[in-house]
Write a protein that binds this ligand. Structure first.
Ligand code: SAM
Length: 217
C-alpha cells in the first residue's frame, strides 16, 4: 500500500475514530509524512498505532497522543507556540502547519540538528530552534520571545516547571504530561485573567523531561 493511503488509514482509524474531528488538524496529519521522521529501517511501521524509536533512547510519540495534545492546545493560525522536546521534528511540522510560528527546544543536539535539517528541506520557514534545557523555556533562544500563546511539552515532568508557567501568555494554553517517570496524566493549564485553570485528560506515558525543573539526568 502507498504511504499516502497508509496515512489516510491512520487518520481514519487511529485519530477520527477516537473522536478527533478538527478538519485543519486532520488535514495536517494527512499532509505531514510521518515516515520521513523515523529511521529508514522503521519506515514500514510509520503509520502503525504506536511510538517508535528515533535514536538517543528517545521516541516519536504515538500519532493519536500527538493529535490529542494538539487538539487540547486549541491552535489558531495566529499562535506562537513553544514546543519542548523536538525529538524527530514530526510534531514540530504539524505545529508549523497549524500555527504562525514554532519555537522548539531539544536537549539532545544530534536530534535537534537532524530535525532542523529535515524541516528545512521540507520547506518549513516558521520554525525557530534551540538546543538546551526546555524546562527553562525559550531562555537564550533567538529570536527573543518571553510569552507564548501555546506551550506543548512532549516529555514527562515531575511537576509543572515554573519557568514555563511564567512564559505562558494571557489566555494561553499549556499541555504537559506530569506524574512519575513511569506513568503520567495529561494536564492542560489555561491562563485566564491571571488565574491558572488546570484540567486532567487521563493517563499517558512519556519519556522523562530532564533538566533543572524536571528529572535529573
Ligand atoms: N514530539 C516528538 C516527535 O514528534 O518526535 C517526540 C518527543 S520525545 C517523546 C521527547 C523529547 O523530549 C526527546 O527527544 C527528549 O530528548 C526531549 N527532552 C527531554 N527533556 C528535555 C528538556 N529538558 N528540554 C528539551 N528536550 C527535552
Amino acid at each position: 500500500m502507498k504511504m499516502m493511503d497508509r496515512r489516510r488509514l491512520m487518520v481514519e482509524n487511529q485519530i477520527k475514530r477516537r473522536g478527533i474531528y478538527s478538519e485543519e488538524l486532520l488535514a495536517a496529519f494527512i499532509k505531514v509524512e510521518r515516515h520521513l521522521f523515523v529511521p529508514e529501517d522503521l519506515q514500514h511501521l510509520a503509520y502503525e498505532d504506536s511510538p517508535l524509536k528515533i535514536g538517543g533512547g528517545q521516541t516519536i510519540s504515538q500519532p493519536y497522543i500527538v493529535a490529542l495534545m494538539l487538539e487540547l492546545l486549541e491552535l489558531k493560525k495566529s499562535d506562537r507556540v513553544l514546543e519542548i522536546g523536538t525529538g524527530s521534528g514530526y510534531q514540530t511540522a504539524l505545529l508549523a502547519e497549524l500555527a504562525e510560528a514554532v519555537f522548539t527546544v531539544e536537549r539532545i543536539e544530534t536530534l535537534l540538528l537532524r530535525a532542523k535539517k529535515l524541516l528545512t528541506e521540507l520547506g518549513y520557514r516558521n520554525v525557530n530552534y534551540l538546543i538546551g534545557d526546555g524546562t527553562q523555556g525559550w531562555k537564550g533562544g533567538e529570536p527573543q520571545c518571553d510569552k507564548f500563546d501555546k506551550i506543548i511539552v512532549s516529555a514527562a515532568a515531575p511537576e509543572i516547571p515554573e519557568s514555563l508557567i511564567q512564559q505562558l501568555g494571557e489566555n494561553g494554553i499549556m499541555v504537559i504530561p506530569a506524574g512519575s517517570q513511569f506513568s503520567q496524566d495529561l494536564i492542560v493549564i489555561k491562563r485566564s485573567n491571571d488565574e491558572l485553570i488546570t484540567s486532567n485528560h487521563g493517563g499517558c506515558t512519556f519519556v522523562p523531561l530532564i533538566g533543572k525543573e524536571g528529572w535529573r539526568a
